[in-house]
Ligand binder design. Structure first.
Ligand SMILES: Cc1ncc(C[n+]2csc(CCOP(=O)(O)OP(=O)(O)O)c2C)c(N)n1
Length: 561
């Protein structure tokens, strides 16, 4: 027996560990870990019973992204596949979700046990640590490692599969165990490594000598809370700065050096400037297809400096002139300290701003449009104006990501933006998790009707658990982003093409109202502002349905010819 070990159940141990690591909410579908959930109540951890395991995983993901720490979700054996499906977005977004499932005892394995398939392969592609907990003695080691793995380097989901289909082999088992909480791993980044001096000097020289440098900041910059340091660096040399969707908010979108979003969900001005740059500084960006518009922006072969906490990312898609392995915040600070401010690129920055202004002028008539059905650009303008200075905006995928990413301006340092990494329907449950992590901040979800349909039932969860979010439904009664592709496929051929992307014209405001929420519907542009105001002031979860024009399509991303 160790010095500080106490005899306790696995359930008590898991509950105390979660509490020690600062976990305030757990998201789950019954039946799983009943002892743990009971013990969590005594420790003040809120149990959020969801209507599906996928939604529970999305909630834990939203919670983790906003709390900047581990988010916990759990499901019994038969729910494991649903839970794993919900981890794809967290995996892609580098979100530290801890997923706990139960699995049948060995005596039932491989003999047609009811509800049972192998879990391990389901979780392999969506976790960085995927282990079985067979005995209570393993629990302290494996659970502590799970917190460490989830939050360190590139944070990502982890999975513990406990003995017993509802985890009872661990949950109720007793042993002498010590609750050890390793403070650094209660949040990410747990540590802030710095690159070597010579590398920093090399990067500084390249930046000083470049004529047209540009910064592209990504999710790693957000994770490191590097915004103020990046803005200082940008201002020191007047470097135009673009972001990915995960980096949105790193530089305020009314800052004179801000270009907005670059890549495929983007503004053309950002793509043009990044494309014309003679040096690109990627900060905490995975340089994937979305932020680079399928690796065309910047052009292949462009000189690149890259900063990342994960060395395997340095040069993955663009060979680095200099690769800086380190935390974004401290690395950028050290880089700025080495720069000669006389090497400013004012002309280049002015040129970049001219393009940004052109883009904004082009958008103006759409943002102010009084058209009915409402244009999404007008909705985004109203949302920009209504968004409180400390709001969290949670965006779904597809057009919801494009509209909010490019057209809702974040203009306050406290505002946060998180978005689906591609899974339609993610945003609404994720916004509930985000609200649990930040109960005092307004949390606004932006989703299309196609996305909202996925987890509509979680409105009941929001009301039951008092999770007071605002959900803006861009309701065009169809999968608008898909209609173009379907029409292209049909070409001139006759047929019922609408069957592939159209829905019935349902009123979400009425459904919401029926479920105990405040439900509001805007059919005229002039109604949006008042509805958003009422929703933000409501003392119940609110749904603001805005009837928009399905024919409005997002512009194709700009690419170099
Ligand atoms: C899980 C999943 N299935 C399918 C898709 C493909 N998809 C991307 S956007 C989209 C349409 C979204 O429709 P809606 O939420 O109504 O927004 P709109 O395009 O109408 O603005 C679809 C089906 C996806 N991204 N994720």
């Amino acid at each position: 027996m160790q010095d500080n070990a106490r005899k306790m159940s696995g359930g008590r141990f898991i509950a105390e560990m979660c509490s020690g690591y600062g976990v305030t909410h757990v998201f789950f579908v019954e039946a799983i870990l009943r002892q743990t959930l009971m013990e969590m109540e005594t420790l003040g951890i809120r149990r959020v019973l969801a209507h599906s395991e996928k939604a529970a995983a999305y909630m834990a993901d939203g919670y983790a992204r906003i709390s900047r720490g581990p988010g916990v979700c759990t499901a019994q054996s038969v729910g494991a596949a649903n839970l794993a499906a919900g981890l794809q977005d967290a995996y892609l977004a580098l979100s530290p979700v801890i997923a706990i499932t139960g699995r049948q005892q060995p005596i039932s394995q491989y003999r047609n046990a009811y509800q049972e398939i192998l879990h391990y392969p389901l979780f392999e592609p969506v976790t960085k640590y995927n282990v079985n907990v067979d005995t209570i003695e393993q629990l302290p080691y494996l659970l502590r490692q799970a917190f460490r793995e989830a939050t360190s380097s590139s944070p990502r989901p982890v999975h513990l599969d406990l003995m017993g289909n509802i985890g009872q082999g661990i949950d109720f088992a007793e042993a002498d165990m010590e609750v050890i909480v390793e403070k650094p791993f209660t949040h990410y980044p747990p540590n802030r490594p710095e690159p070597e001096d010579e590398r920093i000097q090399e990067a500084a020289k390249l930046l000083e000598n470049a004529e047209r440098p540009v910064i592209v900041a990504g999710g790693g910059a957000t994770a490191s809370q590097a915004g103020p340091e990046i803005v200082k660096l940008a201002e020191t040399l007047s470097i135009p700065t673009a972001t990915s969707l995960n980096g949105k908010g790193i530089i305020l979108e009314n800052h004179p050096l801000s270009l907005g979003l670059v890549g495929s969900y983007s503004r053309w001005c950002a793509n043009r400037i990044v494309s014309e740059a003679d040096l690109v500084l990627f900060i905490g960006s995975h340089t994937g297809d979305q932020v680079t518009n399928y690796w065309t922006v910047p052009r292949p072969g462009s000189p690149v400096i890259q900063i990342d906490i994960d060395p395997s990312e340095l040069g993955r898609n663009y060979p680095n002139s200099v690769g800086l392995m380190g935390d974004a915040n401290v690395t950028v600070r050290r880089l700025t300290e080495c720069l000669n401010p006389e090497a400013k690129k004012e002309q280049w920055a002015e040129y970049a701003q001219k393009l940004v202004k052109e883009w904004q002028d082009e958008q103006q008539p759409l943002r102010n449009s009084d058209a009915v059905p409402i244009r999404p650009e007008r909705l985004c303008k109203e949302l920009t104006e209504a968004l409180p200075s400390d709001a969290v905006l949670v965006a779904d995928t597809g057009y919801s990501g494009i509209w909010t990413g490019a057209m809702v301006y974040l203009t306050h340092p406290e505002q946060r933006y998180i978005r689906a990494s591609g899974s339609l329907g993610w945003a609404f449950p994720a916004s509930l998790g985000a609200k649990c992590a930040a109960p005092d901040r307004p949390v606004v979800c932006f989703t299309g009707d196609g996305g909202f349909w996925y987890h509509l039932s979680e409105l009941e969860t929001a009301v039951r658990c008092g999770i007071k979010t605002v959900t803006v439904v861009n309701n065009n009664h169809c999968l608008s982003q898909c209609s173009e592709g379907v029409n292209r496929a049909y070409g001139d051929r006759p047929g019922k093409r609408e069957e592939i992307y159209k829905f019935r014209e349902v009123k979400f405001a009425r459904i919401a109202q029926e479920m105990g929420c405040l439900g509001l519907r805007a059919e005229q542009p002039g109604e949006i502002a008042e509805n958003l105001k009422k929703a933000l002031e409501a003392d119940v979860p609110a749904v603001v349905e805005v009837v928009t024009d399905a024919e409005c399509k997002a512009p194709e991303p700009w690419s170099p010819s």
